[in-house]
Structures are given as structure tokens and as C-alpha cells.
Write a protein that binds this ligand. Structure first.
Ligand code: LMR
Length: 346
């Protein structure tokens, strides 16, 4: 876990704090400000600027504007300011925005359920295992599938591993019984919650904190950086470090826009994006670690770790979710996945 510099300890307020922690993201502003952009790309996302995705989007803006000498501009709209989970993909298809980076859990609802492979609980041991998929043929095949929706997948990046929260510790399946758990629009995540004994409730990310505060739902799952930057610690008494599943993203653009750009501009935009995603992947783990430190210091939420036996119980309970997905999308996908990860069976 990263040590926290003293200057950062002084500014514990959540947004400023994580922004300060992201020092590497603070590149000089692009250009002299005299060049008017000839092209402006609108990048919409649903999370805070201090999260891995927020940092990646802001980095992308700086790199594109610097490298194009201000000729290509990027406007970033964080926190679902323009579009939320329910409509950002549609907005992209219609050309109302140019880039979005939904979590991989949100592609099922636009007719690409294979992306829900990434949601399988207890699938990845670590981020290296994730990389074997995202950088390998399976990851590329998934991105190519986006063409069916008139979209172009430009690359993957991490947030990290998810933790469970509620107003009680969630250490074993019996702790979930009867809880209404907010989930993303992923059938795999919904099945995971049911397998644990909870009732899944699909809600947009931007509505989650309020739903927790008003008791519409009892708990949720997310990496700590999302939990902290949304102030969910103020409305959840317990965070259990389950590390039970992965949250990652794909950056997606619209086929029409991509064809409209000249090849040199496509290369410039693509390279800036790949550099930003590489940067985000380096930052993601650290941002989650730093958010956990901030959370511990804030004393708002109790933090629990699981014993190996408790983790095993959880892992066992969710195993049927894997077979259920195999039935839905075809077992060939899961076999390919297992082979790529060097695992046996479905
Ligand atoms: C969620 O809806 O919980 C996440 O996908 C939000 C995000 O984009 O990190």
C-alpha cells in the first residue's frame, strides 16, 4: 500500500485529496490558448474526476490538445453531467458525444452479453490475469463485436477489484440474505447477488448514493475509489474487502466519427488514448489504495477483511453464475476464457 505524504494528510476532503494524490496527472495545460480547435471531441463519463477513469479522460484531453497544437480539442464531461448509464451509449450512437468509457458490465444491454465474462465473480486472481484477456485475442474479439452496434472499441483499462458495502459486514453468504443490493446493468452481477441470497436492484451509478441514503437499496459493490469519491461512506456503515470481482472499462467511439477523421488524426487520437490508458492502469491500484487510506482516516465506515474460509464460502456460493453465463452466451466463450487464464473447467 502506498505511503501518504504529509501534505496530502492535511487535505483530507475527498475530492481535493484524491486530486492531490494524482499528481502525475497534472500535466501543463495544452497549447497557448490562441489556436481555436478545428475538431472538438466530447468525452462523457459517469464518475468523479479523481477516479482512474476521470484521470484517464483528463490526461487524454491534455495529450490530444498538446500533440495537435490545439487543433483538436477535447471536452470532458464527468459525473454523468451530460449522460448517465441509461443513455450514454445511445448518445454515442447518435453522435451527441464522441467518446464514452462504460464499465464492461454495461455492454450486455446493448446486445453484447459476452462482455459480462469480465463480471464473473472470483475469476481473476490479479490484474495480470485481466491483462491476459484484454491484451489477448479474446479481448480483441470482444472489441470487434462493437462494430455490430456501429461503434469502435479503442481499448481497455482498469478500475480494479470490487468490495461489498452495506449497513452490516458482508463476510459470508448468510450476511447477504434479504438485502437489496444495487447492481450495474449486468445479468452476471445480478445472478451473483441472487446466488449470495440478496435481491439485485439495477440502478444507474449516478443514482446509487441517493438510493443508499434513502434506503431504496441496502448495499452495493464497487472499488474503493468509486465508493469514496461518491461519498458512499457517509451512507454505508460497513465496507467488506471481498475483492470478489473486477471493474474495468472499454473506451468506445462512433464508427462515423472514426471514419471522418483523417488517418494522421486517428493515429494521434489513438496514441494519446493508449498513453492515457497505460497511465490509468498504473494509477488505478494506487487510487484505490489511497482512497482506502482516506476512508480509514475518515472513520466513517468500518472496514472488514475476510478470512480464507469466509472467502471460500462466498466463492462456492457464486459458482453457478459461471455455468449460467455459459448457457446464455455459449460455453465456447468460457472455454476460451479459461484457456487464456490457464484454468480448468467452466
Ligand atoms: C458503476 O456503475 O458502479 C460503475 O460502472 C461506475 C464506473 O463507471 O466506474
Amino acid at each position: 500500500m502506498a505511503a501518504m505524504p504529509a501534505c496530502q494528510l492535511q487535505s483530507i476532503r475527498r475530492r481535493q485529496w484524491l486530486a492531490a494524490c494524482a499528481g502525475a496527472a497534472l500535466l501543463p495545460a495544452a497549447g497557448s490558448g490562441t489556436t481555436q480547435p478545428q475538431i472538438t471531441l466530447r468525452f462523457s463519463h459517469v464518475v468523479a474526476e479523481e477516479t482512474p477513469k476521470g484521470l484517464a479522460a483528463n490526461r487524454f484531453k491534455v495529450l490530444v490538445e498538446q500533440r495537435s497544437g490545439g487543433r483538436i480539442g477535447v471536452q470532458v464531461f464527468p459525473n454523468a453531467q451530460l449522460y448517465g448509464d441509461a443513455n450514454e451509449m445511445q448518445a454515442l450512437q447518435l453522435g451527441a458525444v464522441d467518446l464514452v468509457a462504460p464499465s464492461l458490465s454495461k455492454f450486455g444491454r446493448i446486445g453484447l452479453p459476452e462482455f459480462e465474462l469480465f463480471d464473473l465473480p472470483f475469476l481473476f486472481d490479479d490484474l495480470n490475469a485481466v491483462r491476459r484477456i484484454t491484451l489477448g485475442p479474446l479481448g480483441q474479439r470482444l472489441l470487434q463485436g462493437l462494430q455490430r452496434q456501429g461503434l469502435v472499441g479503442l481499448g481497455y483499462f482498469d478500475n480494479g477489484f470490487k468490495q461489498m458495502s452495506a449497513n452490516r459486514p458482508l463476510l459470508e453468504p448468510k450476511d447477504f440474505v434479504g438485502l437489496r443490493m444495487r447492481v450495474q446493468a449486468s445479468q452476471v452481477i445480478a445472478a451473483q447477488m441472487r446466488a449470495l441470497g440478496a435481491r439485485p436492484v439495477t440502478l444507474a451509478f449516478s443514482e446509487t448514493r441517493r438510493a443508499l441514503a434513502t434506503g431504496v437499496v441496502d448495499g452495493t459493490e464497487n472499488p474503493v475509489s468509486n465508493f469514496w469519491t461518491q461519498g458512499m461512506d457517509e451512507v454505508q456503515t460497513d465496507l467488506s474487502l471481498t475483492n470478489h470481482g473486477y471493474l474495468g472499462y472499454a473506451v468506445v467511439t462512433n464508427q462515423r466519427l472514426w471514419n471522418y477523421l483523417t488517418q494522421p488524426d486517428r493515429d494521434l487520437v489513438n496514441q494519446a488514448l493508449q498513453d492515457s490508458l497505460g497511465f490509468a492502469n498504473q494509477m488505478a491500484d494506487t487510487q484505490n489504495d489511497k482512497a482506502l487510506i482516506a476512508l480509514r482516516l475518515a472513520h466513517t465506515t468500518r472496514i472488514h477483511t475476510l478470512s480464507q474460509a469466509q472467502r471460500d464460502l462466498m466463492r462456492q456460493a457464486v459458482q453457478p453464475v459461471h455455468q449460467e453465463l455459459a448457457r446464455r452466451i455459449g460455453s465456447e466463450w468460457l472455454q476460451t476464457l479459461r484457456e487464456a487464464l490457464g484454468q480448468k473447467g467452466i
